[in-house]
Design a protein. Structure first.
Length: 460
């Protein structure tokens, strides 16, 4: 079954913009709290462990989320699009079925990949990163792989249900607060060692996953349980098997895309660990952590943009989707501009203030990383807009292009430039990815973030 937008009456875009901004503001507030708590915890970890062990921590953390991205199978993004899509067409049985199936598949895949990381930790540590000390960190962190995957599934489902407050409470506030609260007593009880870190992370991630799963079940009961689920509605015009096939076909390239996208985000760290060692990764990890603050607003707004825009697009209201895109892109650009200028002009003082003088050497890397992060926000939401149009294969192509650029530059630049080479590779991959997405959206809709006027039109 191919998903096509249906004709419908135009609805004013302003209420939807307000809905996005209101929901996005709530998500942003939660993300700022959770992100701030997570940053504070990682700052404490970095100061307590030092650049060497913090580098091992960063490499292990990257491997955990690489494994989690493989376990997701592209299903969180599929849920974010098809829960509102099928719900809007009255197919509540389809909503329930795709949600239950997606969660069971992800949990099973996460457990398998966690075991693989645990038993393969020695080979990974010695053969790729040339340091046996990393194996200890990998074995400790392997148990978090299925939990991290479950948290992302909760987020995707809650995004589809537009249950913003649940996502904020479980993923951002609860996890961030617990991590911040537990890290200090863990260091006092177990000492400044990786065991204290993993105990804090396991407890915080586990509580977040359990609370999020409860909220997903609550949303299913509230919005699906009281409605008929004995078949697709006439408006949908297809049977249940065709609906599941649509979701899986949509998610298949996204499964590869999620892995590739995670590789794009982690390649610089992993390759730096391969070529330069854990202490350099520790310095670079501090710079990367600071530069990522610029993406908080984009992530917050994207959380609600995709399901709302998908509902418009499914109803044939292409202009409303485009109006949302333009309005939100401009607001994000001006919101993040002061942060970008601060990191660009004063990277050294920022690092020293947050992490201590031991991390001052990462100032140059922070300046380069901030350039890439700012372009990512400035380019707007071309990637999510591509998914709104149902073009998951094009999204995968963007990821592959960005990854190829990143890997090529990592091999070419890191052996010569070290941290600066990794930062250049990361920034270049981000820029190329966003240029590809911007070009695709413009070719399809004649739409880009900084145009003043736009008339809805679809290319043939």
């Amino acid at each position: 079954m191919e998903v096509r937008p249906r004709p419908g009456k135009a609805a004013p875009g302003l209420p939807a913009v307000r809905q996005i901004l209101k929901g996005g503001a709530l998500v942003l507030a939660g993300m700022l709290f959770g992100g701030g708590a997570s940053y504070l915890s990682k700052i404490v970890i970095a100061r307590a462990l030092g650049p060497g062990e913090f580098g091992l921590f960063s490499l292990s953390y990257s491997m955990v989320f690489l494994g989690a991205s493989c376990a997701l199978l592209g299903l969180p993004r599929a849920l974010a699009r098809f829960i509102p899509y099928f719900g809007g067409r009255g197919d509540y049985g389809g909503v329930k079925e795709i949600t239950v199936f997606s969660f069971w598949a992800t949990i099973a895949a996460g457990i398998v990949l966690g075991f693989l990381l645990y038993f393969g930790s020695g080979v990974i540590a010695v053969k790729f990163f040339h340091t046996i000390e990393l194996a200890r960190f990998l074995r400790l962190f392997a148990w978090i792989v299925p939990i991290a995957a479950l948290i992302q599934m909760n987020s995707g489902a809650l995004r589809g249900f537009k249950a913003t407050r649940y996502k904020v409470l479980t993923e951002d506030i609860l996890k961030g607060a617990l991590l911040m609260v537990l890290i200090f007593p863990s260091f006092l009880i177990f000492g400044r060692n990786p065991e204290a870190v993993i105990i804090s992370c396991f407890a915080a991630f586990g509580a977040s996953a359990a609370a999020g799963l409860y909220c997903v079940g609550k949303c299913l009961c509230e919005r699906v349980g009281r409605r008929r689920t004995d078949g697709m509605s006439g408006a949908a015009g297809a049977d249940r098997a065709a609906a599941m096939k649509t979701v899986l076909v949509f998610a298949a390239p996204l499964a590869i895309s999620a892995l590739v996208n995670n590789l794009v985000a982690q390649t610089d760290t992993l390759m730096l660990g391969h070529f330069a060692g854990a202490p350099v990764v520790g310095l670079y990890g501090a710079a990367a952590l600071v530069s990522q603050t610029m993406g908080l607003g984009l992530a917050a707004v994207n959380f609600l943009f995709m399901p709302v825009a998908s509902e418009f697009y499914a109803a044939g209201k292409v202009k409303e989707s485009g109006d949302l895109y333009l309005a939100l892109c401009r607001r994000l650009f001006y919101a993040v501009l002061p942060v970008f200028l601060t990191l660009l002009l004063f990277p050294g003082p920022v690092l020293v203030f947050l992490f201590g003088r031991a991390y001052a050497g990462a100032a140059g890397a922070l300046r380069l990383l901030s350039l890439g992060s700012f372009f990512n926000v400035s380019a707007g939401m071309a990637g999510p807009m591509t998914l709104v149009m149902g073009k998951s294969r094009a999204y995968l192509l963007f990821d592959i292009i960005g990854l190829a650029v990143n890997i090529f530059l990592c091999f070419a630049l890191i052996p010569r430039l070290g941290m600066a080479g990794a930062a250049i590779s990361n920034a270049a991959g981000i820029v190329i990815w966003n240029i590809s997405a911007l070009g695709f959206v413009y070719r399809r809709l004649r739409l880009h973030p900084f145009m003043r006027k736009w008339e809805a039109r679809l290319s043939s």
